[in-house]
Structure formats: structure tokens, C-alpha cells
Design a protein around this ligand. Structure first.
Ligand SMILES: NC(=O)c1ccc[n+]([C@@H]2O[C@H](COP(=O)([O-])OP(=O)(O)OC[C@H]3O[C@@H](n4cnc5c(N)ncnc54)[C@H](O)[C@@H]3O)[C@@H](O)[C@H]2O)c1
Length: 249
């Protein structure tokens, strides 16, 4: 198994790509903490993993709150003595109609950017203590290119996650901590997305994707699985783009 006994936190794991990763990582032997603010859905994901014979527990964690991170890490380390893998996946969408809304810019920063920073902060402290680990941060193609229908705050937050990941890789490499980013393209719409859930917008975007279709949640999950696993032992400060060739065109 590719993640045998790895103690893992996946944020935003009650739905979407986070849920796909929780199920995949558990099948690969990880002990998965399904972290989210959606308690009922998150508990259900953890229960489904256990019913399939995997190891999973639900953890309430609002990634934008430092006190939530402190208690979540305390629970994980208290139960297992260590944290091997953190996937900073939780996020809210920038695909909203009012692309100049200032409050939305602040929300993008609070959840997507600050949430990722806080995760890195609390994970590196534990990983330094135990000799290393792997952190996988979910950015987006929105962190690499400009887009017509996305709030600039989302682009700014996702670009921030991209370079934050490289900086963390540089600063904590000597501690055996690897930090990489995943950049999905057009995937099933996020719960919080409005404009990218519009069939007309999706059709227009798909027309520009070399593979000619949207991606599936498990296709991003497999990229994260590689980065989380020891197969990627010499990979840090890198990015994997999972976009069907959109940004290559
Ligand atoms: N869907 C896409 O097209 C797409 C494309 C590129 C990147 N991404 C990124 O991939 C990641 C996963 O996206 P998804 O499509 O699975 O989204 P999703 O909306 O399906 O799932 C996101 C999860 O994050 C949780 N979440 C939101 N705010 C939170 C908070 N403050 N604390 C903890 N959990 C919180 C939600 O409850 C939800 O379960 C996000 O970071 C997103 O920005 C998505």
C-alpha cells in the first residue's frame, strides 16, 4: 500500500476532491482525519471509509481559525503521536457574479490563503519533531493564469498558495518536510461556485481543454497521492497541474 500507516489530515474532506482523497488515501493504508466544517457530511465520509475496512475519523476544523488548528493537531498527535501527511484542500470558490466585491476578496484570503498558511504552520511544528512529512497544498490553474469569470481574490489566494508552498519547501527541506502544490483545472463545480457551475461557462471552457472534457475528482486525488507518498521522496517545491492540458494550450 502506498500510504501504509501514514497519519493524514485532509481538510475540506466532506465533499469533492477532499472526499475523493480521503477514500483513496484510506484504501492505500493511511489513517485519515476527514477535516471540515460540514460535520454531518464529514462524519458520513469517515463512517463510509470505516465500513469499507479503512481507518478514518472526522475532525471539525475551520481552516481559517487558528484555535481550530491548535485543537485539531492536538487531537491527532494525542491519538497517534505524529502527523505524517497534511493535505490543505479546503477552499471556497471565486466563481461568483460580483467579481469586484471586497468582502469576497477578504473571504478568499481568510479561507484559501490564511487557511493554508495556518495548516503549514501547525504541521511543520509537529513534522519537525518527528523527522519529516509531506504537505500537499491545493492551489488551482487560477494560481497560474488570469481567467475571465473568476474573482481576482481567488487568483491572488491560489497564486499565494503556489509560492507559499515553494517557500515552505525551501525553509523546511532540511527538516525532512516536503511541500508541493496541486493545480486542478475544470473539475466538478465546488459547492460554493456560481458561475463555473453554469453549463454555458463549462461548455466554453471545455472547448479550450486539449483533452476535451472536465476532470474527475479522483484524477486530482491521484496526483496528491503521489506527492503524499514516499514515491515522491525527492520531490519538493514542485507543482502538478491536473487540467487536461488547458494551461499548455
Ligand atoms: N472544483 C474545481 O473546479 C477546482 C479547480 C481548481 C482548484 N480547486 C480547489 O480544489 C480544492 C477542493 O475543491 P472542490 O472542488 O473539492 O470543492 P468543494 O466545494 O466540493 O469542497 C470543498 C470543501 O471544503 C470545505 N470548506 C470550505 N470552507 C472551509 C473551512 N473554512 N474550513 C474547513 N473546510 C472548509 C467545504 O465544506 C467542502 O467540503 C479547493 O481548494 C478548490 O479551490 C477546485
Amino acid at each position: 500500500m502506498r500510504l501504509a500507516d501514514k497519519v493524514t489530515i485532509i481538510t475540506g474532506a466532506a465533499h469533492g476532491m477532499g472526499e475523493a482523497m480521503a477514500r483513496l488515501f484510506a484504501r492505500e493504508g493511511a489513517h485519515v482525519f476527514v477535516a471540515d466544517v460540514l460535520d454531518e457530511e464529514g462524519e458520513a465520509v469517515a463512517a463510509a471509509i470505516r465500513a469499507d475496512g479503512g481507518h478514518a475519523e472526522y475532525l471539525h476544523l475551520d481552516v481559517s481559525r487558528e484555535d481550530d488548528w491548535a485543537s485539531a493537531i492536538g487531537i491527532v498527535v494525542g491519538r497517534h503521536g505524529r502527523l505524517d501527511v497534511l493535505v490543505n484542500n479546503a477552499g471556497i470558490s471565486g466563481a461568483v457574479p460580483d467579481r469586484l466585491d471586497v468582502a469576497h476578496f477578504d473571504r478568499m484570503m481568510a479561507v484559501n490563503a490564511r487557511g493554508t498558511f495556518l495548516g503549514v504552520k501547525y504541521a511543520v511544528t509537529e513534522m519537525q519533531r518527528t523527522g519529516g512529512g509531506s504537505i500537499v497544498n491545493f492551489s488551482s490553474i487560477s494560481g497560474l493564469i488570469g481567467q475571465p469569470f473568476v474573482h481576482m481574490g481567488y487568483n491572488a489566494a491560489k497564486a499565494g498558495i503556489h509560492i507559499l508552498s515553494k517557500s515552505a519547501a525551501v525553509q523546511y527541506g532540511r527538516d525532512g518536510i516536503r511541500v508541493n502544490s496541486v493545480h486542478p483545472g475544470l473539475m466538478p463545480p465546488m459547492r460554493s461556485s456560481v458561475t463555473s457551475a453554469d453549463p454555458a461557462v463549462r461548455e466554453q471552457t471545455i472547448a479550450a481543454i486539449p483533452l476535451g472534457r472536465a476532470g474527475r475528482a479522483d484524477e486530482a486525488a491521484y496526483a496528491a497521492l503521489f506527492l503524499a507518498s514516499d514515491e515522491a521522496s525527492y520531490v519538493t517545491g514542485a507543482e502538478i497541474v491536473v487540467d487536461g492540458g488547458f494551461t499548455a494550450a
